[in-house]
Design a protein around this ligand. Structure first.
Ligand code: BGC
Length: 742
């Protein structure tokens, strides 16, 4: 089998066991299930997470996205030998995640220690059409001898977040000698989680149940006859006290009721229903790339699959964590990654979902205002990292230095304030793409005003000029600096847009408007110097430079921090990730082409790309500068962040923002779309080895399909109102179909 919409794992390798567990995560935005193997391996990290279910292990710790009791583990014994790919021999092995159906499958031919062969097919999916459902199926066939089989599985609440236990076991029960149920409560946040599961096996199987040490298990015993497949199915449901129902859902009852409903269907029928939902998704949202390198299409499909399953589109009280629901990295916290890297995909394909992500921020305006007040500012200072409560969740300290026993303070919560303007930018981008007046008048304007108030209070007057001092820009290797160009320009835009929309909606707040106007005239905006370089901050360009090539070879590893302390890195011209280049990406028209080109080249030379948020942004800016080769190289390197050969790159979860950025690069770099004066502009910059690019977008309620080649652009309206287009400098009203030769 070879299909471009499939992610393969061709060889069982313990080294990459956790990377593949992240890559092949199943999910639906409500829950995420890591692709840990059914059987246990010492190195393996299992994980099942529900969006919004966080808990603090102790009072002074940040919240963790709770690793829930496991439903996926299955222990198999054949002739009393515990099945493991480390015992006996693997005669053939293939595991693949089919992105079209959302099913994970492993096919295995295994020889036990006694030399008898068994074929295994393991299947698993998380339903896309029913947020609470997951299912697995195991088919075992003995190929040589009659053998005994024993299966042990159930609900295992021994799961922890790297050793931290977040759940109290409240109830475990078996109903009707069939259904197992566990009900748990998070220790601090007080959420209830109810899981129910039942197994289907041949009628003659012997079945027993046991509960011990936070495990509720069924034990199934049977006989394997030669060439007679033994089929075992396990269905599960997950409900929590955060679920929204008409009268509030009782998770305990709901988990049992839903299990009863789905049991009538069984694995295959449930999979079919879920797969239909995936097919609709691909029909609407797939980006088709005709490239000489098939990897480009695979990486794009992989990114879209994960963007879909990482996003809690069902509930505006939650947002997307930096690792989605694929692992415990960054404790499941939400960063600027969501607004700037992930939200645009939804905005242009499913605007309602983008709106919900912004409402998540709106719902936490109060906490952001309190954080601002605590820090002596006005308006709203959103947390650098957030979870369910909207409070600041950034850990106070980074990893311990085991030589000195000292912990390095994490400065982001205190100084990485650009997130405030990133949210405001996302609000305006949402409006420009949807023209959603209702949102803008209420939630949008409230967000813009309070974020603007923050910047006004954050700036300080220095001889009649306003500075924004002691910040961290996107480049986290440069801390506590003054007038970070990215931050200042973003703050300017934030205040400017707040004033603009206040005027649009006739909102009067004389103090804010007066202060805002003064802020706009006085704020210092770093301009290109004689060499056309925009200083990243007040001191950056005066710092010494070092040769970064050996660190760039190992980008993503933060290897520089092994050779230099953070304080030393801070005093050199070293960037972790795009900073001025990030500014150029977000404001393509702010600077002249020669300035963009010079800055791209200057800052890239000084950037290690130790953050996964960096490469794709360079790709976009390079594409717009007509540097097609660099753009394509950066794009492919960005695609390798999770899909590359490093066996540990994604152990703790995928890089959600970088997956979003694969979509960003294709749209804002290669297709080079932009919105100006209510027109969709297309100025394609396709890489040389892409012959065709096809995609659908929703803009101002109009869904269009675009087909681009190096020679022409065809735009067709699928549904909704007509749309103004500008292709290659010429304007059109798209009523049906337009073909333009480039
Ligand atoms: C990056 C941040 C990012 C965070 C979460 C850090 O390494 O520097 O920009 O928000 O990871 O992805």
């Amino acid at each position: 089998m070879k299909n471009e919409q499939v992610i393969y794992d061709h060889k069982f390798d313990l080294h990459s066991i956790n990377k593949f567990a992240s890559l092949m995560t199943l999910g639906n935005g409500y829950l995420g299930l890591r692709a840990a193997f059914d059987e246990d391996y010492f190195e393996q990290i299992r994980g099942m997470y529900v969006a919004g279910i966080y808990n603090k292990a102790s009072e002074n710790e940040p919240s963790d996205l709770v690793n829930l009791p496991d439903l996926a583990g299955i222990r198999i014994e054949i002739d009393h030998e515990i099945f493991s790919m480390l015992n006996g021999k693997i005669l053939s092995y293939e595991r693949y995640l089919n992105l079209v159906t959302g099913e994970l499958r492993r096919e295995l031919l295994w020889e036990n220690r006694g030399g008898a062969r068994f074929s295994f097919v393991f299947q698993r999916f998380v339903a896309k059409n029913n947020l609470h459902v997951l299912a697995s199926k195991v088919t075992v066939t003995s190929l040589d001898n009659t053998a005994s089989i024993k299966i042990v599985t159930g609900i295992n609440a021994q799961q922890t977040n790297f050793g931290k236990q977040h759940l109290i076991e409240e109830k475990v029960r078996v109903f009707d000698e069939e259904v197992m149920q566990g009900v748990y409560k998070t220790t601090e946040s007080g959420h209830t989680i109810a899981l129910a599961t039942s197994c289907k096996c041949p009628a003659e199987s012997e079945i027993a149940f046991v509960a011990k040490n936070r495990q509720l298990q069924t034990i199934i015993k049977d006989k394997l006859n030669v060439n007679h497949p033994f089929v075992f199915e396990k269905l599960g449901t997950v409900f929590t006290s955060l679920d929204q129902g008409e009268a509030g859902i009782d998770p305990e009852a709901a988990s049992i009721n839903e299990l009863q409903v789905i049991s009538a269907y069984g694995y295959d029928a449930l999979l079919e229903m879920s797969a239909l939902n995936w097919q609709e998704f691909w029909q609407q949202k797939r980006i088709q790339i005709s490239s000489t390198d098939q990897f480009d299409q695979t990486a794009m499909d992989f990114a879209l699959y994960h963007l879909e399953i990482m996003t809690p589109a069902h509930d505006e009280r939650f947002s997307v964590g930096a690792k989605g629901l694929t692992g415990e990295g960054y404790k499941g916290h939400v960063f600027w990654d969501t607004e700037i890297f992930i939200k645009p995909f939804h905005l242009y394909t499913e605007p309602e979902t983008a709106k919900k992500l912004l409402i998540y921020r709106y719902l936490h305006l109060q906490q952001a205002k309190e954080k601002a007040a605590r820090n002596g500012y006005e308006g709203a200072l959103f947390p650098w990292e957030s979870a369910f409560s909207g409070e600041e969740e950034t850990p106070e300290f980074a990893a311990i230095n085991i030589r000195t026993g000292k912990r390095q303070k994490v400065a982001s919560a205190l100084a990485e304030h650009h997130i405030v303007a990133d949210i405001a930018y996302a609000v305006v981008q949402y409006y420009q793409t949807t023209l959603d007046e209702e949102f803008m008048k209420k939630e949008g304007l409230a967000l813009l005003k309070d974020t603007a108030r923050f910047w006004i209070s954050r700036a300080v007057d220095e001889n009649g000029q306003l500075s924004i001092k002691d910040v961290i820009g996107p480049d986290e290797y440069t801390e506590h600096i003054d007038n970070n160009a990215y931050t200042n320009y973003m703050a300017y835009y934030n205040v400017d847009q707040a004033l603009y929309f206040m005027e649009q909606y006739g909102e009067v707040d004389e103090v804010l408007q007066k202060q805002g106007r003064a802020f706009l005239t006085q704020l210092y905006l770093p301009k290109p110097n004689e060499q056309l370089i925009i200083p990243q901050d007040d001191t950056f360009l005066n710092k010494p430079e070092i040769d970064l090539s050996r660190y760039k070879e190992n980008q993503g590893s933060q290897g520089i921090l092994l050779d230099y302390s953070r304080a030393e890195v801070n005093e050199m011209q070293i960037l972790k990730q795009a900073d001025v280049v990030m500014l150029m990406y977000l404001f393509p028209e702010l600077f002249e082409a020669d300035v963009v080109l010079k800055n791209l080249s200057y800052y890239e030379e000084h950037t290690i790309h130790d953050s996964s948020l960096s490469k794709a942004i360079h790709a976009i800016v390079a594409a717009r500068c007509n540097d097609s080769n660099s753009a394509y190289r950066f794009f492919q390197e960005a695609c390798l962040i999770d899909l590359g050969p490093n066996p540990h790159s994604s152990d703790e979860g995928l890089h959600a923002a970088s997956l979003g950025a694969i979509w960003l690069t294709t749209m804002f770099g290669f297709a080079n779309i932009s919105l100006k004066n209510n027109r969709l502009r297309l100025d394609p910059k396709l890489p040389g080895n892409w012959s065709e690019l096809k995609f659908r977008l929703t803009i101002h309620g109009c869904q269009i399909e675009i087909l681009m080649t190096h020679e022409n652009v065809v735009a067709s309206k699928c549904l909704g109102p007509d749309l103004l287009l500008e292709i290659n400098g010429t304007e059109f009203l798209l009523t049906d179909r337009i073909e333009v030769t480039l």
